[in-house]
Each structure stands twice: as structure tokens, then as C-alpha cells.
Write a protein that binds this ligand. Structure first.
Ligand code: MTE
Length: 321
């Protein structure tokens, strides 16, 4: 995601750094990180959240999964957007160990009959966990296939009983500068806010996500709980949620506030609606063989049109981009 700074660069952000250069850079960073971890005489290695073994989490297979080859765990957990930890793709993997994911609560507020503060353990136990392998498409022009773990967000919605006045759902991410160094930069208005229309939020594909690849969610991917909406550009999938609000008016979302002409509320993956600075007709699948690999055609609603197109019947999707 980039905020418009100049009209001189009509390139997709994914094209700015050739992947092989980026990967070499990652090797260098990794080597530097390993060197930094070498024991210093007299120092005792302390376990940190980053070097604790990952916690396993099982999920039953879901018929909503795609059978496409999965993006590697390495790419899924090191090529991230999580601006609270920095704007470079490897910043979240480098800095997110500072995030404390326990204790953690999510406040469910607004126009619901049963508002409340949910402890994360209670949220984890609310419904059976499924493995949902989803295609994900970033507005920057790259895509991945990720085996998420979680359950349909509708399970939670039904339990809190939205009132008739609830038309939208607003998602708020934690904003704590002690844990999130990226908050020192005003690149976005914090806290990060995202939103969905209530019927989009109720759609079975919309996932309350608590893990990936058989593990609890890594911090850089939005631990301990995030939303995943596979037919929309990735930025609609808010991470590390602390509040879920049922509201009457369309939420003012972080990216829309930052660049209203570039990021609309709906943000459905749509190859026919170019971003003002680049085409959205094609995408680069991460892991497809590097920078020179053939690009793929981007599909309407990211390939989920059969399931979701009816949500937008009668809407002009060029105007509601
Ligand atoms: N959520 C928060 N709180 N902050 C962010 O910067 N970035 C979004 C989205 N959710 C973001 C966020 C964007 S632009 C993308 S593409 C996805 O997270 C990336 O999710 P991933 O890193 O798990 O693939």
C-alpha cells in the first residue's frame, strides 16, 4: 500500500523491488539477525515471543478451500503488510515479536442485543476451527494462497444478535506505540480501522481467523485474531483486532481516510477498475518463480464471483470501488 506522493511513478509497488533483490536483502537481514542472536559472554539467552516454539492449532478441512498450490510458510510469514510494525515487507516479521498477545480481549460493541468483552480463549472456543485455503490478492498487485484457520465470522455475529439498526461492522486494530513501533509514523491514522457491510460480514467466506498453516496466528499476520475477506483487496482484512463494532453508518476506514481517491469502502477485487496509479488486470503470485515469472490474470472478486457477486447486484462497481 502506498500513499500518493507524486504522479511520476505509474508502477505497481510490487514492481519497485525485483523479487530476487528483495530475497537477497532478506538473506542479509536474516544473517544479521542470526549474528545478533549469538551469545555474548556472560549473557543468558532469554526466551522471547519470537523464539518460542509455534503453538499447534488443528482445523478440519473446509469445502470452501481452493485446491491451488499454497504459498510457502516462509513467504506467508515474511512478506507482510502490517504498518503498525513498519512499511517494509519484512518489518512485521522483524518487529512483531514485541506484540503481547496474552492477555487479549475483543470488545463487541454497538447495535447488538448482547454486547460484551470476549477473552481470546473464549473466542477460540466459540465454534469449530476450520482450515480455509483462500486466494488472497493485495491491492499492490501480488497474491498468495494461504491455509488460514478459523471459523465463519457469522458464528460470532449470530451470537451477539445485531439490532435492526446495525448496517455495517467496523473492525479496530490495537494501537499501542510501546508494542508497535510503526505508530510513530503518521503514514495512516491510528488505530487502523476497516469495515464491511453487515451482509458481507455475514457471508460464510468471511473468516474470523486465529491461525494459519496448522499454528496459532503468527504476530506478523495479525495475532491473536484478525478478519479475512478473500474476495476483497487484502487491506480489508484488519489484523490484531481489539474491537468489533456494529454501526449504522459506513465506517471511515484507514486507507480511505489516507487516500480517498485510491481506496474506496468496498475494495472488491476487480480487474476492470484500475487503481488510479496502476492497472489491476493482472497479479504476480508470490512464489511463482520470481520477478520474471509470467503474471496471472486477476479474476473478478478474486475468483469468488459465484459465491459473492449477488451481494452487489444492481450496484455500479465502478462508482462503489
Ligand atoms: N491490518 C492492520 N492493522 N494494519 C495493516 O497495515 N495491512 C493490510 C491487511 N491488514 C494491515 C492490516 C494489508 S494492505 C494487507 S495486504 C494484509 O493485511 C496483509 O496480510 P498478511 O500480511 O497476513 O498477508
Amino acid at each position: 500500500m502506498l500513499i500518493r506522493t507524486s504522479s511520476q511513478h505509474p508502477v505497481q509497488p510490487s514492481e519497485i523491488t525485483p523479487r530476487r533483490v528483495y530475497e537477497r536483502r532478506r538473506d542479509i537481514i536474516r544473517a544479521a539477525g542470526a549474528a545478533a542472536l549469538l551469545p555474548v559472554a556472560g549473557a543468558v539467552a532469554q526466551p522471547t515471543p519470537a523464539n518460542l516454539p509455534p503453538q499447534k492449532l488443528a482445523g478440519r478441512p473446509s469445502e470452501l478451500s481452493t485446491g491451488e498450490p499454497r504459498t510457502s510458510y516462509e513467504d506467508v510469514t515474511t512478506y507482510n503488510n502490517f504498518y503498525e510494525f513498519g512499511t517494509d515487507k519484512d518489518d512485521p516479521a522483524r518487529h512483531a515479536h514485541r506484540l503481547r498477545t496474552r492477555p487479549w480481549t475483543v470488545s463487541v460493541e454497538g447495535a447488538v442485543a448482547r454486547p460484551g468483552v470476549y477473552d481470546i480463549e473464549k473466542l477460540l472456543a466459540l465454534a469449530p476451527i476450520e482450515e480455509r485455503v483462500y486466494r488472497m490478492r493485495c491491492v499492490e498487485g501480488w497474491s498468495m494462497v494461504i491455509p488460514w484457520l478459523g471459523y465463519s465470522f457469522a458464528e460470532l455475529i449470530r451470537r451477539v444478535e445485531p439490532l435492526g439498526s446495525a448496517k455495517y461492522v467496523e473492525f479496530e486494530t490495537l494501537a499501542d506505540a510501546d508494542q508497535m513501533p510503526g505508530l510513530r509514523s503518521p503514514v495512516l491514522r491510528w488505530p487502523y480501522i476497516e469495515g464491511l457491510r453487515l451482509d458481507e460480514a455475514m457471508h460464510p467466506l468471511t473468516l474470523l481467523c486465529v491461525g494459519l498453516y496448522g499454528e496459532v496466528l503468527p504476530r506478523q499476520n495479525g495475532a491473536p485474531v484478525r478478519i479475512v475477506v478473500p474476495w476483497k483487496y487484502g487491506f480489508k482484512s484488519g489484523k490484531s483486532l481489539v474491537a468489533i463494532r456494529f454501526v449504522e453508518k459506513e465506517p471511515l476506514t484507514a486507507w480511505h481516510l489516507a487516500a480517498p481517491r485510491e481506496y474506496g469502502f468496498y475494495s472488491n477485487v476487480n480487474p476492470d477498475v484500475p487503481h488510479p496509479r496502476w492497472s489491476q488486470a493482472t497479479e504476480r503470485r508470490i512464489g511463482d518463480g520470481g520477478f520474471l515469472a509470467r503474471k496471472r490474470k486477476t479474476l473478478m472478486f478474486n475468483g469468488y464471483a459465484d459465491q459473492v457477486a449477488s451481494l452487489y447486484a444492481g450496484m455500479d462497481l465502478r462508482r462503489h470501488f
